[in-house]
Design a binder for this molecule. Structure first.
Ligand SMILES: C[S@@+](CC[C@H](N)C(=O)[O-])C[C@H]1O[C@@H](n2cnc3c(N)ncnc32)[C@H](O)[C@@H]1O
Length: 170
């Protein structure tokens, strides 16, 4: 586990310039000097190609892996056996469906891994705190850290519903 984590961390650090850029903040692709072939391949894509690639993981891999040498190793490190989990109940109105499925699966694994009752949890990079609220509803005591103050302002009804969760701005 630790060696997988360290390898992932190393590769993510190494490829940081490729994934940390904000979309729509540059007039030209920021990697044109370091990855000219990648930029050329991306610039050659028409909108329908992009939409098709968004739906097709294998096609994305076929396009990108030869152009980003670290990509296949990253994908291999992310390949894990599926853990048991039940399907999530319907998503709350304010949580997008895919996010809700991920949060639900994660919260279930946390319960299985801990193998014990409620504990004290720190949710770092909490965003709007959807995960923290679910864990608080499951009985954990949660402190959520988020540096964007406006995301900490959950509606009063949510705060009342989760008295054992506290959100702090960093
Ligand atoms: C993808 S969102 C998290 C979603 C969240 N887990 C949920 O359940 O809704 C990532 C959040 O991390 C926050 N963030 C990024 N870097 C941070 C840091 N160093 N400390 C605290 N928050 C950070 C961002 O502002 C963003 O709101």
């Amino acid at each position: 586990m630790l060696s997988r984590f360290s390898a992932l961390e190393g590769l993510l650090r190494h490829t940081q310039p490729l994934w940390q850029e904000q979309p729509f903040h540059h007039l030209r692709l920021p990697w044109w000097q370091t990855h000219p072939a990648l930029c050329e391949a991306l610039a050659a894509l028409a909108l329908p190609d992009l939409q098709a690639l968004e739906q097709d993981e294998a096609a994305r891999a076929a396009l990108l892996w030869p152009l980003v040498p670290e990509a296949s190793e990253l994908a291999a490190l992310c390949h894990l056996p599926r853990l048991p989990s039940t399907s999530p109940p319907p998503a709350p109105a304010h949580v997008p469906g895919r996010k809700w499925s991920q949060i639900w699966a994660f919260a279930q694994q946390l319960g299985l891994a801990a193998g014990c009752g409620p504990g004290h949890l720190l949710e770092w990079c909490a965003g709007k705190g959807h995960l923290g609220r679910l864990l608080a509803r499951q009985g954990h005591s949660v402190v959520s850290l988020e540096w964007d103050a406006k995301l900490c302002l959950a509606p009063v009804s949510c705060r009342r519903a989760c008295p054992n969760r506290r959100c702090s701005r960093m």
